[in-house]
Write a protein that binds this ligand. Structure first.
Ligand SMILES: [Zn+2]
Ligand SMILES: [Zn+2]
Length: 261
């Protein structure tokens, strides 16, 4: 069956469902059990559904890598988005996905990270990143405005997740997101304060994990086509196995596998 990223349900802990082809597998129920994932060698582009020998930008065939709106520069750099101007690679797609309310958020793990997502992707995006606690910083009418603010906030915070520390569950418990947010707001120029959110609710996320690894090795199916062992838990979009091994399911979108459990 073809891998796509886990569908997640916000619960305590988060619930992970694999909707792979005609199957719907609740992976939380596989934790503590032996599973095996074997790559068949077939790879399918998630956009055009055609098979490809190689993926570009992780899960696109070459034409879709170049042309798909899902791989536009404004995906990774929201400040380049032109959806609010009625422009972009695919204006219909941009209107539906990017000319929509977005949030800028601060997420705490070992450090504070800044990120941007469409409001309708909350808390999915936060779960996918394996965040421990999150606060909304600003609410904007479109992706571009959120991106502009994120660029400013990169002077204070990283925008990258350190996946190793995330998987090892290294959390700085001293981080106070409300204090962090309002201290930073004070330092912003006034023209950037328009969209600051008054919502100070902190979303806490917990993951179904028996034990976190002390150190972690992330495998991929290109180099290790057969991955098997006892499943220790799930965090972000990663499966954690015994023996400190992990695999990023999202990164394998489009890979055809045989799953045995
Ligand atoms: Zn394609
Ligand atoms: Zn865009």
């Amino acid at each position: 069956m073809i891998i796509s990223k886990f569908h997640t349900t916000f619960n305590n802990p988060v619930e992970y469902t694999a909707n792979w082809e005609n199957n719907s597998i609740l992976f939380n129920e596989l934790i503590g059990k032996e599973i095996s994932i074997e790559f068949t060698g077939l790879m399918i582009c998630k956009v055009c559904n055609k098979s490809t020998k190689k993926f570009f930008g992780e899960d696109f065939c070459y034409p879709c890598f170049n042309n798909s709106p899902e791989n536009s520069p404004c995906i990774l750099k929201p400040e380049l988005c032109e959806a609010h101007l009625g422009m972009g690679r695919d204006t219909e797609w941009e209107e539906k996905h990017h000319n929509q309310p977005h949030v800028v958020y601060l997420a705490a793990t070992d450090v504070v990270k800044v990120g941007v997502t469409r409001s309708s992707q909350i808390p999915t995006r936060w779960i996918d990143q394996g965040a421990s606690s999150v606060i909304i910083f600003a609410e904007t009418p479109n992706r571009y405005e959120a991106g502009k603010l994120e660029v400013e906030l990169k002077a204070f915070y990283t925008d990258k997740t350190n996946y190793r520390k995330m998987l090892q569950n290294e959390i700085d418990k001293n981080i106070d997101l409300i204090e962090e947010k309002w201290q930073t707001v004070e330092q912003l120029p006034s023209d950037l304060q328009t969209f600051i959110s008054e919502n100070d609710v902190i979303t806490e996320l917990t993951y179904p994990v028996i034990t976190y690894p002390k150190s972690v090795q992330v495998l991929n199916l290109d180099k290790t086509p057969l991955i098997k062992g006892r499943l220790n838990g799930i965090k972000g979009q990663y499966l954690l196995f015994e023996n400190d091994l992990a695999i990023n399911i999202r990164r394998h979108t489009g890979y055809d596998i045989q799953l045995i459990y």
